[in-house]
Ligand binder design. Structure first.
Ligand code: NOJ
Length: 745
């Protein structure tokens, strides 16, 4: 990674100016640069944090004038942005521009699929392109930084925020984190008028909350921390992200926002990160509630000395850092270092050259919600739809038949965006009904019945739905979670379809009509009864503003389903925490046997997934030929080719996501039963076959050892070329080499 001072010509040019500023600043002005407040001036259509709407514009204006605010977040808009910036650069003593940030997680005005849904595309370039479009809109609305990507690896589907991430696999998280950082920041330097600063969050292990309870404690081995939760942060830093947000939770007893090992030793010392670390909303203040700091002053001291450079919302740094420096509890060198990091990023963003970047209302009008972004939203939507089941090729649906579209999401537009969509245009949301009608040859053949509310029954709803089903050739049931059921602070105990909707599906299925389930969800769901037994099941997440069109594209066959699950769908809620890459244990259960005593399994269900990570059908019929390897030995300095012939025996074109998994049979620490190492997408016409081949090298085969270093150990490996984490064709190879190698990563 280039050193930040060199990362853009802008930053280089302002090196001396930054040192001069630091030399001229009072302690209060230095603390001011580290003070990040909610934007009380600009447009925030809905509250997303506890104190939203309570900001005081007059007070914040005065603070900006006094040089006591460094950044503002969660307001957008070019014209008002100019007015606020003007206060900083014309009325404050040192004229340092403000940094404007926003929570743009999956689109600003044009809303794309939720990140988890988009991860199902397994398409880094698509993720890069939607992030690019979001950055373009943001940058044209006088915003310089987004609080994305969230790179917390999903381990427990009860936790509500998995919807914001890239799922349960480490490799997929790494690849998509890098793609999203590249997308937000662009490739022309941060001072490019279309670039925004990316923020990898929440460091670290936030998603490992015990019991899936939001904000809960995490407790884990160093191997799990370094092997599962930290890699996507490293990938973000390597991709050039210059901001990191610290997490709310504690990790092995030390709150993440007071964790020197994480935020300084690893992030700076090991990875060479040169940007700034900001707390999550009051997370530094929460060191008191954690029982880690005595009071607010102590919390400021601990967080700041641990490596949190910027404080979000609490005002703690402004209040306490000057005193802490005067008393010697915080060094001036540490304070200057944090200020330098913030000013360097501001310079890299070009704010010292043009503090008014992004404040041209005309450009804002041209860019925000642009037509090509809407087309991209539809493309991203249809590429995120996962087909789980398709008995007797019920799908794609014929456009000339009577369809009953039933369920709380049949004609709904309030749950197409998904959580964290703040500045979208409500009138652009496309319901399933609208998408279906636009796609059907004769839209009058579509009937609609809600049948049920999301979490409460609807009076007479089931009767109406059953009547609609009886009159139709095929039933499409749009059911699942409302968008308020996932996201921050939306943990669930049971990851199931809400009971009133389950009852609706049971009643409709009893009519005997063919049933297609369209699941709306921000997490994996444990499917039961008539939902599980439906003829066809499709995962549609929250696909963003083009949801209805995107689903119709797939359901009616204009686009073949090409996405795969980035999270495993378990049999039962009680299997959580669950991910495909769990260890074998000393008593592995045979998943094919219904009951087996004294094995690692539950009484009621095998501990496999109903639909595993990587799973997804196409409209083709794909078969995998045996693994082809020219050798079964991988030399220490060499590579090994692993291939398989993939054939489409079906009658329709298909896209297949071919996945490569390994299992390290014997190691000095026990290893996952399977681990994804690569994936490739191919497109096959009916009858076509293609040899797909992967190259592995020894560096891809290591793990975090007992000494916390990355180790590669020779020995036997299982390998699968597979359509998902529970299938595929298998073989073995042996890594030949010195007894064990530590490479100090
Ligand atoms: C709290 C959330 O955890 C974080 O992801 C978000 O960026 C901040 N609030 C700011 O809204």
């Amino acid at each position: 990674m280039p050193a930040i001072a060199e990362s853009t010509p802008a930053a280089q040019r302002h090196r001396q100016r930054i040192e001069d500023l630091i030399g001229a600043m009072t302690l209060e002005e230095k603390a001011g640069q580290l003070n990040l407040l909610a934007d009380p001036f600009r447009w925030l259509p809905k509250a997303v944090n506890p104190l939203d709407g309570q900001g005081n514009p007059a007070r914040v204006t005065a603070l900006i004038r006094e040089g006591k605010v460094g950044s503002l977040f969660n307001g957008v808009g070019a014209e008002a942005g100019r007015r606020i910036q003007q206060v900083a650069v014309e009325e404050s003593r040192l004229k340092i521009p403000l940094l404007f940030a926003a929570d743009v997680i999956h689109g600003m005005t044009t809303i794309f699929p939720v990140p988890l849904g988009e991860a199902a595309s397994f398409d880094p370039d698509l993720c890069r392109r939607t992030a690019r479009a979001a950055a373009r809109e943001l940058a044209a609305s006088a915003v310089h930084q987004t609080y994305a990507p969230m790179v917390d690896v999903a381990r427990d589907q009860r936790w509500g925020r998995n919807v914001e991430g890239a799922g349960e696999d480490v490799l997929l998280n790494n690849v998509l984190a890098a793609a999203r950082v590249h997308g937000f920041q662009g490739d022309k330097g941060l001072d490019d008028p279309e670039a925004v600063l990316a923020t990898a969050k929440h460091m670290a292990a936030y998603s490992a909350a015990i019991g899936g309870v939001e904000y809960n404690t995490t407790d884990m081995s160093e191997q799990t921390l370094r092997g599962v939760f930290l890699p996507p942060f490293r990938a973000s830093v390597d991709a050039g992200a210059l901001a990191i947000m610290s997490a709310f939770n504690d990790v092995n007893g030390v709150p993440a926002s007071g964790n020197r090992k994480l935020l300084t030793d690893i992030l700076r010392g090991e990875w060479g990160f040169e940007g700034f670390v900001l707390s999550d909303y009051t997370s530094e203040q929460e060191l008191v509630a954690h029982g880690f700091a005595e009071d607010a002053r102590d919390a400021a001291r601990l967080a700041f000395n641990a490596g949190v450079d910027v404080s979000m919302v609490s005002g703690l740094y402004l209040e306490h850092l000057p005193g802490l420096v005067r008393s010697g509890e915080v060094s001036m060198a540490r304070l200057d270092e944090a200020v330098r990091r913030v000013l360097n990023v501001k310079a890299a963003l070009g704010l010292f050259d043009d503090p008014y970047r992004g404040t041209d209302p005309e450009r804002e009008r041209a860019v925000v919600g642009a037509r090509q972004h809407v087309e991209l939203a539809r493309e991203a939507g249809r590429k995120s739809v996962v087909l789980l089941k398709n008995d007797n090729s019920l799908l794609p649906l014929n456009k000339r038949q009577k369809i009953a579209l039933i369920g709380p999401f049949a004609d709904d537009v309030d749950n197409v965006w998904g959580p964290w969509s703040i500045w979208g245009m409500p009138e652009r949301r496309v319901s399933l009904e609208a998408g279906f009608r636009a796609a059907m040859d004769d839209p009058s053949l579509l009937s609609i019945a809600r049948g049920s509310g999301i979490e409460a029954p609807l009076n007479g709803g089931i009767e109406q739905a059953v009547a609609a089903a009886r009159a139709a050739d095929v039933v499409v049931l749009a059911i699942g979670e409302g968008q308020q059921m996932s996201g921050e602070a939306q943990s669930r105990t049971e990851i199931v379809v809400p009971a009133p909707q389950q009852a609706l599906v049971e009643a409709v299925a009893a009519t005997g009509k063919p049933v297609v389930i369209l699941l709306r969800n921000g997490r994996a769901l444990a499917l039961e009864g008539a939902v599980k037994n439906a003829h066809a099941i499709v995962v549609t997440w929250f696909l963003g503003e083009q949801m209805g069109n995107a689903v119709a594209d797939v359901i009616f066959g204009d686009h073949g389903p090409s996405a795969r699950l980035p999270i495993s769908f378990p049999h039962r809620s009680g299997q959580q925490p669950y991910s495909y890459d769990r260890k074998t244990t000393g008593r592995p259960a045979n998943p094919d046997l219904a009951q087996e005593e004294y094995k690692a399994r539950y009484r009621e269900t095998p501990n496999t997934a109903l639909y595993p990570f990587g799973f997804g059908l196409s409209y083709g019929d794909i078969v995998y030929g045996p693994i082809q390897m020219e050798t079964d030995q991988l030399q220490w300095t060499g590579t090994i080719e692993i291939a398989a012939m993939i054939t489409n025996r079906g009658r329709r074109e298909a896209e297949e996501l071919v996945q490569l998994y390994i299992h390290d049979r014997v190691a000095s620490l026990t290893q996952p039963g399977r681990l994804l190492k690569d994936f490739k997408r191919i497109r096959l016409r009916p009858g076509q076959q293609e040899k797909v081949s992967f190259t592995l090298n020894p560096r891809q085969l290591g793990f975090i050892g007992a000494d916390e270093a990355y180790r590669i150990e020779p020995g036997l490996f299982d390998v699968w070329v597979a359509p998902h984490a529970q299938g595929g064709v298998a073989s073995t190879f042996r890594l030949i080499g010195p007894p064990s190698i530590t490479d100090g990563r």
